[in-house]
Design a binder for this molecule. Structure first.
Ligand code: VAH
Length: 317
């Protein structure tokens, strides 16, 4: 039985559905701070800062795996540094402790390219690069990776982790991230509205399509234990691009699409992140291979968001 913490989030929403499809509604328990209406499947309200509540759900549902997808992301995290550290670390400690005490089979801990700072190469950043993250979110993920490794070494807990690039999907909205522009831009294109971009036009960042993220996560979690050589976290790469490149791709479908660049504090965060990622270790250990490039992502985002906005307008009439 799988428990997803943070099931209402950008990744949580999509990963929950994928796990339900793969393992059946009976074997997946979604959780977040509040229940979404018309939710299909098992759901429990969990505030992951409350270890007793996590323990209660693990016992009641006989949980054997936890996906810990709750965290405050890079941009939002900078508004309240100590508060972000508290929440991101406390929730992780609670998940690791409950998993250790109840001898769970596996734990998934999402990390991020935000763990890299100015000490890492900007291009083809390797898995073992020096980590000096410049955001509290990045610090909490780099520290979380070391805690994941510690629980594996000291208690044999099978914690697995991936450093996600910026995630782009049509099924959910990101919240508080520095890469969120790459989702919002498609919504504005469909609505034929001008897009104000909070990053400079040539800020190239590693990105990845949601379907690649879901597949990578499940592939890693389903891989035999023996192939896992990285107990901090795995780099994976999707496709790197800049706001200018994504705008050009959109203009092939929406020739009149307008973008205005108004960089804000998030430019400072993005400028310290890699331009591209080396994911050789993930490829060698568990056969990782991305499937979607910028052309594919743009075609699918436009197609799916057009359907979504058409459904929304029909529901209104
Ligand atoms: C963020 N989307 O922007 C997240 C992610 C690599 C970026 O960690 O904070």
């Amino acid at each position: 039985k799988i428990l997803i913490i943070g099931a209402n989030g950008q990744l949580g929403l999509v990963l929950t559905k994928a796990l339900q499809c793969k393992f059946g509604l009976e074997r997946v328990v979604a959780s977040d701070l509040e229940k979404r209406e018309q939710y299909q499947g098992k759901f429990e309200v969990i505030d992951a800062t409350d270890i007793n509540r996590i323990q209660e759900v693990v016992i009641n549902h006989k949980i054997t795996q936890i996906y810990h997808l709750a965290a405050i992301l890079s941009a939002k995290g900078e508004e309240n540094p100590l508060g972000t550290w508290d929440i991101n670390m406390k929730t992780l400690f609670n998940v690791l402790e409950v998993s250790r005490m109840h001898k769970l089979d596996k734990v998934f801990f999402p990390s991020s390219i935000a763990v890299f700072g100015e000490g890492a190469p900007l291009d083809h950043t390797p898995n073992d690069a020096y980590l000096n993250p410049a955001t509290v979110y990045g610090m909490s993920k780099a520290s979380g990776e070391n805690w994941a490794n510690y629980y594996y070494l000291k208690y044999g807990l099978d914690v697995r982790s991936i450093r996600y690039p910026g995630v782009i999907g049509y099924q959910s909205q990101p919240n508080g991230g520095t890469t969120d522009y790459a989702v919002d831009i498609y919504h504005k294109a469909i609505l034929e509205e001008e897009f104000i971009c909070f990053l400079e036009e040539n800020t190239t960042l590693p990105m990845i399509f949601m379907d690649d993220v879901v597949r990578a996560t499940i592939e890693l979690m389903e891989a035999p234990k023996e192939v896992i050589t990285m107990r901090t976290s795995y780099n994976i790469a999707g496709i790197s691009f800049s706001p200018n490149q994504i705008a050009q791709e959109i203009r092939k479908i929406y020739p009149n699409f307008r973008i205005v660049y108004k960089p804000d504090f998030r430019q400072e965060i993005a400028s310290k992140w890699p331009r591209s990622i080396d994911d050789t270790v993930a490829k060698n250990d568990w056969g990782w291979e991305p499937k979607f490039d910028l052309k594919d992502i743009t075609a699918i985002m436009v197609q799916e968001l057009k359907k979504k906005y058409k459904r929304d307008s029909e529901n209104k009439t």
